[in-house]
Design a protein around this ligand. Sequence first.
Ligand SMILES: [Zn+2]
Length: 213
Amino acid sequence: MRSKLVWGLFIGILVACDRLPKLGPGNEGQNKLASAAEEDCGFVQNSFGQRVSWKQSLPIKIFLGSEFTTDYETSLREAAKKWEEAVGRTLFVFERSNQVFTTARDYRNSISISQTWGEVDRTLQAVTSLTWYNSQLTEADIRINAQYFSFYVDKPSSTNEVHLTSLFVHELGHILGLKHLTGVSVMTEILDYLLKRELPTEQDRAHLKCEYN
Ligand SMILES: [Zn+2]
């Protein structure tokens, strides 16, 4: 049935090792689904072990909140291109909106830049939440923590800034259904200050092709 997962991206030493995927709520068995488990390929899996993705529902339409600056949008589009070049197809369509978006379930995918992040999980750079039904993703929302983090586009102006495109590459990876990985991947859980990590690795590309080709 319907399941939801929220991912956070941490910085530096503030690693939360307990953020493992929460698979389905345990009632998916009522659905008489084909229950064959699949190789994870780096994807979030439902409680049957099936990969969760957008399947044929591409490109993914994502609304950008009214607070999106040109820098944010430029970096986001650059990040989207990295994934699209990896699979050779259009994966995302962005639409600017005058509305303010949250990660609440509203059947619209969105990215918002939050200046009012709040005290809970203030060490998170961003949070992506995914909602799926069976193995089909139905909604994804990204919230960027602009209250406690500063971001840079090309050149940082201090040593504690986060590379915006790298951050978006990671969060868009989650939107595609990818989970955190260890090793050489843009999906590792930590993005250190200043680090540029914007090119999906060979492993990331191979993973993506399990679901999108
Ligand atoms: Zn993450």
